[in-house]
Design a protein around this ligand. Structure first.
Ligand code: PAF
Length: 282
């Protein structure tokens, strides 16, 4: 397993693999890897001959008041995890390698980014689409792997790949949870002991919503109200949004009459956490 810092080194390695007729999977990450990322690397290792993991805290997807500076980083820990899960190459560039002086081209998207996280993080998806497009151009993978915890991101990337005719298969992988239900996230490390306990309201509300759907509830308002009430009972929690949207358009719906995504973002203290479920998975 190798760690490289430049685009040229990635391209040289992938070219060598291609010359041997090997397939390549890409797992884009911002590092500080946990079991959620490990499951993506496992999936890529299963489906492809070689796996590249990008490990880059992308400044472009953070707003001015967000946690770019404090975002956790630990390349040695990441390297051990990638190696243990069969990854072959880590691409760990400096921001200047990805965004040279005078950088001025962006990939942006309308509609799908105008709801959910796109409302409270207005520059986020432009940063994600731009960096993911660049990673796709650098690695030119056969397949790329993304977690369903960032469900809107997954929908946005699928849409971008379709709109821009990128010849890459996008694979969405299930949310990985702690034993008590909290969705794994690099941002969980920000939580103190009391906040870690309080953060359970997210997965509890998800279970509540899922139960209502499996018991036949079709009214989105009723489901959202019950989930909201549960979260609001926790003093350390502050809801950014709890919404039910059409899976394809990410626009809010009133009735569960099509495949839908129930998604939430909740502040626990200063930490913004997300969680969701797809009604089709219930
Ligand atoms: O999901 C993430 O970690 C990031 O948004 C991604 C896809 C690696 C782009 O920076």
């Amino acid at each position: 397993m190798k760690i490289v810092k430049t685009i040229d080194e990635v391209r040289a390695q992938v070219k060598e693999w291609r010359a041997q007729g090997l397939t390549v999977g890409l797992v884009p990450t911002m590092g500080y890897l946990h079991e959620g990322h490990a499951s993506l690397i496992d999936a890529s290792h299963r489906d492809n001959d070689r796996t590249v993991v990008s490990d880059f805290v992308n400044p472009m997807q953070f707003g001015p008041t967000e946690d770019l500076e404090s975002y956790p980083r630990d390349i040695e820990h990441d390297a051990a995890l990638v190696e243990a899960h069969g990854g072959d190459l880590i691409f760990n560039p400096e921001p200047s390698e990805m965004y040279h002086e005078g950088f001025s081209s962006f990939v942006d998207m309308t509609v799908l980014t105008q709801e959910l996280c796109g409302l409270s993080r207005p520059v986020h998806f432009r940063g994600v689409c731009t960096v993911v497009s660049k990673l796709f151009n650098i690695v030119k993978p056969d397949r790329a792997y993304f977690g369903k915890k960032d469900a809107q991101q997954l929908a946005v990337i699928r849409h971008m790949v379709d709109d821009l005719n990128m010849d890459i298969e996008i694979i969405g992988c299930p949310i990985i949870r702690e034993d008590d239900g909290l969705a794994k996230s690099s941002r969980n490390t920000y939580l103190n002991e009391a906040e870690r306990k309080a953060a359970l309201v997210l997965s509890q509300a998800i279970s509540l919503g899922k139960d209502m759907v499996s018991n036949g509830e079709k009214n989105c308002g009723t489901i959202i109200d019950a989930m909201t009430k549960h979260i609001n009972a926790e003093p350390l929690a502050k809801i950014d949004y709890v919404k039910i949207v059409d899976c394809a358009t990410m626009q809010q719906i009133k009735e569960l009459d099509r495949p839908a995504l129930c998604a939430m973002a909740v502040y626990i203290g200063k930490t913004r956490l997300i969680d969701n479920f797809f009604t089709e998975d219930v």
